[in-house]
Design a protein around this ligand. Structure first.
Ligand code: XMP
Length: 516
């Protein structure tokens, strides 16, 4: 494990959908944190020397055969442990307690009462709200444990071992529905683990820039730009490190949002003076997509065309040795790319647009230890404009997967106009940062309308806006009606060929964020 922080905490992943969120919350407290496999050995943990261990939740029952367990030696290392949900059940059971299935699965907000005082709960009021999501719970603990909090249905909502630095929480401190959760995590990190909070992005940037200079030397490095924040921050970091030795490639595939290519060109030629190669490939992509309505086939063809365009342009750049990519920590974890990390879980279709390995470059991934919110902060620190840094994520296949049915220039232009209105209005309402992804989708459906005295038969646009912590699950944004009304009125009035707007009120799961 690379030494990028002098104090670190490990999150042992027992299959929780919240493991990444826990790690982000820890980093928000300026403590560097990594996610590792649940069965990491005590020997390996000793080598890493973390200040604390957090056991995540997970979907299994500890008493089931084959349920994920940890190395029991971990409890004897003297390193503080915080077990969350399944993690707590595991720790309590391993140390003499009993876990049983609760009479009813508990999901949602619960009122919690703290009992007595403990360093874990300093500052938490006696009555506090917590978020529960479990089927099992600890029904009895050994005499070594004491209860720190309870709810009406859960006797052991929080526990502490009397002699070892081991704590458990049945609820989830990492979600925003537990308003005091951050305080409990802070107490664990600072009061229990003794972390000073030395993880600073500024230091990370300085250190990374130094490392990039050393690795790249006087060689040339290529960086693909997509218009999104990850590739922009990667390019900015490289520009800061090795200046004019960076050649950026922007493939304008004709599937970008309105103004996106222009903003990136401006930034990386005028502000960061990189050697920017713009590949105008709209016609090539449109030709590849002609007559194709199947979503998977669209993705396949776009991926293919992208690789060709990129490789052609890269060949023209003389003497390039390195290729930089904006891979983030969640990508690394989900693809099983860390030695101590959990197994791969990635949804393969999101890798479309990835470059083949036979391009013969050495890969540089300067953001592979960071979460998206950290990348954004880093972008701002490097002087990237807010417009680029806060831009909502955008799928690799671009507007093609938001133009349901056949993709044509005319339909893309219609979609681009409608999409711009959605974003403009959500920004004007001050909700752009609160929502995670907001966009328009052009449906392959015509509907009857009336404009003036005439009957129309025109396109339908769906508006999609979601709120999400990690894009694995998402809720549709509860946008104010008057905002929805303004979006609808403007799209119908300003975008030719559209006479109806609908709002998508599906959450993920079972729907996905994108329509294709
Ligand atoms: P879904 O639609 O699966 O999307 O709920 C989750 C997140 O991933 C983005 N997405 C993609 N990103 N290539 C990408 O680079 C893709 O093919 C792709 N498909 C979906 C989506 O926009 C959302 O942020």
């Amino acid at each position: 494990m690379k030494k990028i922080a002098d104090e670190r905490v490990l999150v042992l992943d027992f299959g929780s959908q919240y493991a990444q969120l826990i790690a982000r919350r820890v980093r928000e407290q300026q403590v560097y944190c990594e996610i590792v496999r649940h069965d990491i050995t005590a020997q390996r943990v000793r080598e890493i020397q973390p200040r604390g261990l957090i056991f995540s939740g997970g979907p299994a029952s500890v008493y089931e055969p084959g349920a994920p367990k940890c190395d029991p030696e971990l409890f004897r290392l003297g390193i503080p442990v915080l077990g969350i949900c399944y993690g707590m059940q595991l720790a309590c059971e391993a140390l003499g307690g009993r876990v049983e299935s609760a009479p009813a699965r508990e999901y949602g907000r619960a009122h919690c009462r703290t009992l007595g005082s403990s360093e874990l709960l300093v500052g938490v009021p006696e009555k506090t709200q917590v978020w529960m999501s479990h089927g099992d719970q600890v029904s009895a603990v050994s005499d070594d444990f004491q209860a720190l909090a309870e709810t009406a249905t859960c006797r052991y909502a929080a526990v502490k071992h009397r002699t070892l630095p081991i704590y458990g929480l049945q609820f989830h401190p990492e979600v925003t529905h537990t308003p005091q959760g951050w305080m409990i995590l802070r107490n664990f990190l600072h009061a229990v683990c003794g972390c000073a909070g030395t993880w600073k992005l500024g230091d990370f940037a300085k250190q990374t820039i130094k490392e990039l200079r050393r690795t790249i030397g006087d060689q040339r490095v290529i960086c693909g730009l997509s218009g999104g924040v990850d590739s922009s921050v990667t390019a900015a970091l490289l520009a800061e490190a090795v200046g004019t030795q960076v050649s950026c490639i922007l493939v304008d595939n004709g599937l970008l949002r309105k103004g996106e290519a222009e903003a990136v060109i401006e930034e990386f030629t005028k502000h960061f003076k990189t050697d920017l190669h713009l590949v105008l490939a709209e016609d090539r992509f449109l030709a590849a997509l002609a007559g194709v309505a199947n979503p998977q086939e669209k993705r396949r063809r776009i991926g293919h065309a992208f690789i060709e365009c990129f490789a052609d342009e890269a060949k023209r750049i003389q003497g390039a040795k390195f290729l930089a990519q904006g891979t983030l920590y969640p990508d690394v974890i989900e693809s099983g790319g860390t030695p101590d990390g959990p197994a791969a879980t990635i949804k393969l279709h999101h890798n479309v647009g990835g470059l083949p390995e036979d391009l013969c470059f050495d890969l540089i991934e300067p953001l592979r230890d960071l979460f998206k919110d950290e990348v954004r902060k880093l972008g701002l620190a490097l002087g990237l404009p807010e417009d680029i840094v806060w831009r909502h994520p955008f799928p690799g296949p671009g507007l093609a997967v938001r133009c349901i049915g056949e993709v044509t220039k005319k339909r893309l232009d219609t979609l681009r106009e409608a999409d711009l209105i959605v974003v403009e209005e959500i920004k004007a309402a001050g909700l752009y940062r609160q929502t995670s992804q907001s966009f328009a989708v052009l449906l392959p459906v015509q509907s009857v309308g009336v404009m003036g005295d005439a009957r129309t038969y025109a396109d339908v646009v769906a508006v999609r806006s979601i709120d999400s912590e990690d894009f694995m699950t998402a809720d549709w944004s509860h946008l104010p009606y008057d905002l929805l009304a303004r979006i609808s009125t403007r799209i119908i009035n300003e975008v030719p060929g559209v006479n109806r707007v609908v709002y998508d009120i599906s959450s993920k799961p079972p729907a996905t964020i994108e329509w294709e």
